[in-house]
Design a protein around this ligand. Structure first.
Ligand SMILES: [Zn+2]
Length: 532
């Protein structure tokens, strides 16, 4: 008896989570996530699935984040007929998360096709549509934490609280005589709303995420963090303009609302006008409202219904915020790459009396990161925008365990008889966690899998690799040219300024032009030859 495991995503990268398990004739997926980030990673979403969709019997979904759930509509559209097992909270969130992802795919395809149409090229197909997304959502099958269920013949599964976002679970699997635990995304200790992560102990194999495997975070209590937010709000009000907070629609927005509602209720921020201006954030908040009674740290109140908080209904209402002063505006996307946050930045970045407060991770190359890195001007929807607003940051909001919390979580799952797999992390983060897990002997073997690899797992035995990973993906998982290009462009002016005089700087610019020209003339020559 054995269990075979194949990694289809989130190996040495943080998106595209998808693990295939096979026992006997049954096949089950743990998550079916979308790749996000660099263009070469996103291109993987368009590749044919690595398995026949109709051959999959069931999906067990850890949580509603798109990097774990975002390819479910594609799986369903290609003939998957089974159930998607997840918690009730995840089921409710999934409706809005998948529909939103479907609309983004359709919008993106439309945008590309306008350009392709002009160039007379074939139309670009969206990965899936909103309709596909809702069809997939209807396959969701809610199940309570801690309750055994049988998603496919020979598989017994239970879900455990992962403390990451509303509804997030770790997945315990018994199949092929093997006991396995998949962490999903693990939350930090003392997270607002949710109890600390918990799961049983004693497994043959544990698969653990490694997002912050190389990072130690300062321990900040909810009250200490709330005090930081209070200071930012009070100072922003004193400046007189608006306080614009780019925030992820799911979980971060609601954590901010909790803190703002408590500050407002206790009179610490005076009479605050708070606007949630993101349709997805408003919808996700209704799900939090539905489960308000079971959320921790709310004092049993539905904090999202606080009279200080307004949810904008339509674009007109959203645009009316442009003429305001003294408002607190929460909007998405969290990294300022899309959505209504961009128009709030357009109106507030040039205002000296406004404040932009970052409370979440800003990936390299995102607009949020460019602003945080001190840009004087940015481009928003093709227009040049001066940055005069105060740029501020609070780093103590997090939905992920840090290095020591991950190590504690793994230690508490022991003894691990067969091996520990580390997935869902950049290379550096995984390497740091791997070294510590090995020194502390948390498992007989610590495995860092690659996308495409398969392993044979047997109870109490070391994992046996039976198929190697995809070599062609290695460059995509490193820093690709898009990231390198952003990095070069961001630092170009500073580096030129360091050259001794303006004549030498001019010469450096000419040299760089010559290098680029040489590649273009190479292409032109190739083109000529091809035409002959
Ligand atoms: Zn997540």
């Amino acid at each position: 008896m054995s269990l075979s495991l194949t990694i289809h995503g989130a190996a040495q990268t943080v998106t595209g989570s998808c693990i295939e398990l096979r026992a006997g004739k049954s096949r089950v997926l743990l998550d079916c996530g979308m790749f996000q980030g660099s263009r070469s990673l996103e291109a993987l979403n368009h590749e044919p699935l690595a398995f026949e969709a109709p051959s999959i019997d069931a999906v067990i979904l850890s949580h509603a984040h798109i990097d774990h759930s975002g390819l479910l509509p594609r799986l369903a559209a290609q003939g998957f007929k089974g159930a998607i097992w997840c918690t009730g909270e995840t089921t409710d969130l999934l409706e809005f998360m998948l529909a939103d992802a479907g609309r983004i795919q359709e919008y993106e395809a439309e945008r590309r096709n306008r350009r392709r149409d002009r160039a007379g090229e074939d139309p670009f197909q969206p990965i899936y549509t909103e309709r596909d997304a809702l069809a997939a959502w209807r396959m969701a099958r809610p199940v309570a934490l801690g309750e055994w269920f049988e998603p496919a013949e020979g598989f017994r599964v239970r879900l455990w609280n992962a403390g990451h976002i509303l509804g997030a679970a770790s997945i315990e699997v018994e199949a092929g005589g093997v006991r396995l635990l998949y962490s999903g995304d693990v939350g930090p200790d003392n997270k607002a709303f949710h109890p600390d992560p918990t799961s049983p102990a004693g497994f043959d194999y544990v698969i653990c995420e490694s997002t912050y495997g190389d990072r130690a975070r300062q321990r900040v209590s909810i009250e200490e963090r709330r005090r930081l937010l209070e200071m930012e709000i009070v100072e922003a009000r004193a400046r007189g303009g608006n306080l614009v907070i780019p925030a992820f629609a799911l979980e971060r927005t609601q954590e901010l609302l909790l803190d703002i509602a408590e500050l407002s209720r206790s009179g610490r921020i005076g009479h605050a006008m708070v606007f949630v201006d993101s349709p997805l954030a408003s919808r996700a908040t209704t799900v939090f409202g539905k489960y308000a009674g079971q959320l921790e740290d709310t004092g049993g109140r539905n904090v999202f219904a606080d009279p200080a908080i307004h949810y904008t209904n339509d674009v007109l209402e959203s645009m009316r915020l442009n003429t305001m002063s003294g408002a607190i505006i929460l909007s998405a996307s969290g990294m300022c790459e899309a959505g209504r946050i961009r128009h709030h930045l357009f109106y507030n970045l040039p205002r000296r009396d406004s404040t932009i407060l970052f409370v979440g991770f800003q990936a390299e190359g995102s607009l949020g990161r460019v602003i945080l890195d001190g840009a004087q001007r940015v481009r928003i929807s093709g227009r040049d925008v001066r940055v005069r607003a105060q740029i501020r940051r609070i780093e103590s909001y997090s939905a992920h365990a840090d290095q020591s919390e991950l190590l504690d979580w793994i230690t508490e799952r022991g003894p691990i008889a067969g091996g520990l797999f580390l997935d869902h992390g950049e290379k550096g983060a995984i390497a740091a966690l791997q070294e510590l897990a090995q020194t502390r002997k948390l498992a007989p073997a610590v495995i860092v899998p690659e996308i495409g690899e398969s392993y044979e797992l047997s109870a109490g035995q070391p994992a046996r690799r039976v198929r190697t990973g995809r070599e062609d993906l290695r460059p995509a998982l490193g820093s690709d040219w898009q990231n390198d290009c952003t990095d070069l462009a961001l630092n170009l002016k500073r580096r030129l300024a360091r050259i001794r005089d303006s004549a030498a700087r001019q010469k450096a610019i000419e040299d760089m032009r010559a290098v680029l020209d040489s590649y273009e003339s190479f292409r032109a020559r190739k083109h000529d030859r091809a035409a002959k």
